[in-house]
Design a protein around this ligand. Structure first.
Ligand SMILES: Cc1cc2nc3c(=O)[nH]c(=O)nc-3n(C[C@H](O)[C@H](O)[C@H](O)COP(=O)(O)OP(=O)(O)OC[C@H]3O[C@@H](n4cnc5c(N)ncnc54)[C@H](O)[C@@H]3O)c2cc1C
Length: 464
């Protein structure tokens, strides 16, 4: 890839690639080496750009996707594959922000995205889906869970089920977890397989994908936009900026609205029988603090994700943190051996919602999908495609979530501090909840002994 892709987020493109990425051009897709005229140019072959490209091509327009590295090079090729309903923004916060009716409409759009991912993933005969997800509480907060269950099921028509602590602990053998929300319709896919499937389907629909083709400039003025790459120029009626945090100079303002967040993932070596004895749930498990996320993969390995940083770190170092975390939550599994570890970077917006829409005639943004981007990139891709092909304006549902500067370096420092604080606070609340539970258990045991003693005394008195 050309070194000329400057990055407003200070991400060094030479080293930012997560582990396990294919070498540039490995897929055999060409670099754009000749001038081209198309209806739509999509910048970025991640999940967002590929969904938009596929749907625009299906709508009969000519589309070129320009990708600086290779398909799925960044976040989209490194997900945990977990497809959850809704957005990273909590339902109650969404209602507070846009009102009940619009929150409901937005939620339905996210569900449409999840349905799209399911249909697309299962069109691949070899795709293996696992069903269901659990959101477990690290504090004994039954009331809060009931409130959330009501909002999700009654207001947002989402299939959810409340699990009592006993059921949670029978399924996940950890004293750290209390109640849970079960999402039976959430599912998991092989994320890496999915992004390549999407690229193949986009090409089948007629989109042309060029790899190793960084966009270094855009002239958005006029009806025909001009897009510049190191080796060719492209003219188009619409440009879709789906480059996420790596967008660089052509989308400097857009990229500066995203806080880059690196998430670290590790997969253990096979753990044998003890894993099934500890975790008897096939789907993804997330804790209510948003810290740990894990699931069983390949029968007896554990895939675990948790640490996040706003500067790029070493996956091997964070794998050690994950190892310690597994031992804290499930001491019976320790010590675990980590077989592989990787990281990926996603763009987090200030309002925790994606940025989707037309910012000036013919210039579209499609980004900020955060850590919950599998379904919402599909939502965004569909909305932008319908906007371009049919003039549909449903993307305006996202208009309240405009481009807000993420604060540059100061924002990153603040972001890391807030993250550390909330994780610390979550750990404290979890410890308090466990202490309260132990005190309650001791009190119940004392009460049971007292009741038994009184009953025995009464029996003795009656016998006399
Ligand atoms: C470790 C990890 C695990 C995750 N797990 C999950 C999960 O389980 N479930 C879930 O819902 N979400 C998950 N996410 C979030 C999800 O991966 C992202 O929200 C989503 O992939 C973002 O897709 P995107 O297309 O917007 O961006 P990206 O995947 O970042 O794609 C952008 C592409 O644009 C290209 N590009 C950028 N600038 C230019 C330019 N100037 N010229 C040409 N090309 C350019 C880049 O090379 C890149 O390939 C996870 C994220 C990470 C990091």
């Amino acid at each position: 890839m050309a070194d000329s892709l400057p990055d407003p987020n200070g991400i060094d493109p030479a080293t930012a690639a997560p582990a396990m990425v294919p070498a540039d051009g490995e897929s055999g897709r060409p670099r754009l080496a000749f001038d081209l005229d198309v209806d739509v140019c999509v910048i970025g072959a991640g999940l967002a750009g590929l969904t938009a490209a596929r749907e625009i091509a299906r709508g009969g327009m000519s589309v070129a996707v320009l990708e600086g590295r290779s398909v799925g090079w960044s976040a989209s090729g490194h997900t945990l594959g977990s497809v959850m309903p809704g957005y990273a923004l909590a339902p109650a916060d969404l209602i507070e922000r846009v009102g009940f009716d619009q929150a409901r409409a937005l939620w339905a759009l996210a569900q449409e995205g999840a349905d799209y991912v399911r249909a697309t993933a299962t069109s691949d005969a070899a795709a293996a889906l696992t069903e269901g997800a659990l959101e477990v509480s690290t504090v004994d907060a039954g009331d809060r869970i009931i409130g959330r269950l009501q909002t999700l099921s009654e207001d947002f028509a989402t299939d959810v089920e409340g699990w009592q602590t006993e059921r949670v602990r029978a399924t996940l053998k950890s004293e750290r977890y209390f109640h849970a929300i079960h999402y039976p319709k959430a599912f998991q896919i092989d994320g890496r397989r999915y992004v390549h499937r999407l690229a193949a389907l986009a090409e089948e629909a007629g989109a042309r994908i060029f790899e190793d083709t960084p966009v270094v400039g855009i002239d958005p003025a006029g009806i025909r936009k001009r897009v510049v790459t190191p080796s060719a120029r492209l003219r188009c009626g619409h440009v879709v900026m789906a480059g996420n945090v790596h967008l660089g100079e052509p989308g400097r303002r857009l990229a500066s609205t995203l806080l880059p967040v690196w998430r670290y993932v590790a997969v253990t070596a096979p753990l044998g029988e003890r894993l099934a004895e500890t975790i008897a749930f096939p789907g993804a498990v997330t804790d209510s603090d948003g810290i740990d996320q894990f699931r069983v993969v390949e029968g007896d390995r554990l895939m675990w994700s948790g640490p996040e940083t706003v500067w790029q770190g070493d996956p091997a170092r964070h794998a050690k943190r994950i190892r310690r975390r597994i031992a804290t939550v499930f001491p019976q599994l320790a010590p675990v051996e980590i077989a592989e570890a990787w990281s990926g970077v996603f763009g987090q917006t200030v309002h925790a919602m994606p940025q989707i829409g037309e910012v000036q005639p013919g210039v579209w943004v499609l980004g900020g999908f955060g850590r919950q981007g599998l379904a919402t990139t599909a939502t965004g891709g569909l909305l932008v495609a319908r906007g371009i092909v049919h003039g549909d304006r449903n993307w305006r549902q996202f208009a309240p979530f405009e481009l807000v500067w993420a604060g540059g370096t100061a924002g990153r420092i603040a972001g890391q501090a807030a993250d550390a604080w909330s994780r610390g606070q979550a750990a404290t609340l979890g410890a308090l909840a466990r202490l309260r539970e132990r005190a309650r258990n001791r009190e119940q045991a004392r009460e049971a002994t007292r009741t038994a003693r009184i009953a025995a005394a009464r029996t003795r008195a009656a016998d006399r």
